[in-house]
Write a protein that binds this ligand. Structure first.
Ligand SMILES: NC(=O)c1ccc[n+]([C@@H]2O[C@H](COP(=O)([O-])OP(=O)(O)OC[C@H]3O[C@@H](n4cnc5c(N)ncnc54)[C@H](OP(=O)(O)O)[C@@H]3O)[C@@H](O)[C@H]2O)c1
Length: 314
């Protein structure tokens, strides 16, 4: 049964718990909503990462103003660009240094790499840039901070993005879908494939993270449709534009309206009882299965090796 997360959080406080949260993509959109709610609940330390320093610094002031007077909140902005290997590795190092020895309790990843369809750009390593941000960088930060000692005991690592879709014929050696693009697909079909590819890679890597590092929890949530500050329907091709427009009318919410769902998993003492053994969720926090491709351990292990190679961790 869907949980009323906002109501459940009414009686929750993080004041005095010495929690450190990192919100990647916390300068805007869903990440901004999560960062504001964590501040409101009294999370003692919140680090946000993004490229835009002006927006990041403004968000720090907003968080300080929202924090309860007795929370002694510390907020920090880390500048980083997650669109290539160097950016991902530098960001992981900076986040870890900023968080310090106590480590990170909540690592929430909301960095946006919307599929670019036929306008796909490639990063310095020749990978689809949007995919690097949306898929590879989530694996990179989770893996590097886990294996380099950046997480606190029992940390929760959370991705808010596509979950549960499957690109059934995903090829490990064509993660950027260059062969598909060269075959001349329509803008709509390549956009949909890229979206399924992102979900397939995230499902697979999060399941492998859970299997490799059971001392932590790796959670993936699909947010449904959230009308963020920069939500831009014109980037969506073909009939999908109408579908999304209608979806926003019917089930759309705002970043602050949405934030209570992921924050419930992070901060509510009841979350263990209500959602304890699930790591993958739909937009209402109902447990959701992995996509078909990601359910196959052989696929996942091959992808795991490839992603480690891409981020320079062979
Ligand atoms: N909104 C929705 O309805 C919806 C639906 C399904 C899935 N999602 C997924 O949910 C996640 C959050 O979406 P959103 O709508 O909140 O996105 P958003 O409003 O566009 O915010 C994206 C955040 O990511 C940061 N970011 C973008 N590129 C970056 C880069 N190269 N390096 C570092 N940070 C970067 C931005 O900060 P700077 O600009 O400061 O870099 C910003 O803080 C995304 O993965 C999105 O695909 C969203």
């Amino acid at each position: 049964m869907a949980i009323d997360a906002a109501a459940a959080l009414q009686n929750v406080t993080l004041v005095g718990q010495n929690k450190t949260a990192v919100v990647v993509g916390g300068t805007l959109g869903i990440g901004g909503g999560v960062a504001r709610l964590l501040a409101k609940l009294g999370c003692s330390r919140i680090i946000i990462l993004g490229r835009n320093e002006t927006r990041g610094k403004a968000m720090l002031e907003v968080m300080k103003n929202l924090a309860p007077k007795d929370s002694k909140i510390v907020v920090e902005f880390v500048k980083g660009d997650l669109s290539d290997k160097k950016g991902m590795r530098d960001a992981a190092t900076l986040i870890q240094e900023t968080a310090g020895d106590a480590g990170i309790n909540f690592l929430v990843m909301t960095q946006n790499g919307t599929p670019a369809g036929l306008d796909t750009k490639y990063n310095t390593e020749g990978h689809d840039t949007a995919f690097a941000i949306q898929g590879v960088s989530r694996f990179a930060l989770a893996y590097l901070l886990t294996t380099h000692g950046g997480l606190a005991p029992n940390a929760i690592v959370m991705s808010i993005a596509n979950q549960g879709q499957s690109m059934d014929d995903l090829e490990i050696e064509d993660l950027s879908l260059k062969k598909r693009i060269a075959a001349g697909p329509s803008a709509t079909s390549i956009f949909m494939l890229q979206s399924k590819r992102d979900s397939t890679v995230l499902d697979s890597s999060f399941e492998e993270l859970n299997l490799h590092f059971p001392q932590y929890r790796y959670v993936s949530i699909w947010p449904g449709l959230v009308k963020t500050e920069e939500f831009n329907l014109s980037l969506v091709p073909g009939f999908l534009k109408f579908g999304m427009w209608l979806g926003l009318k019917l089930i759309g919410t705002t970043p602050d309206g949405y934030a209570s769902l992921p924050v419930y998993i992070l901060a509510s003492p009841d979350a263990e009882r209500t959602h304890g053994s699930s790591n993958y969720f739909d937009r209402l926090l109902n447990p959701a299965p992995l996509g078909k491709w990601a359910q196959d351990p052989t696929n996942r292990q091959a992808l795991w090796g490839k992603l480690k190679e891409i981020i320079g961790e062979t």
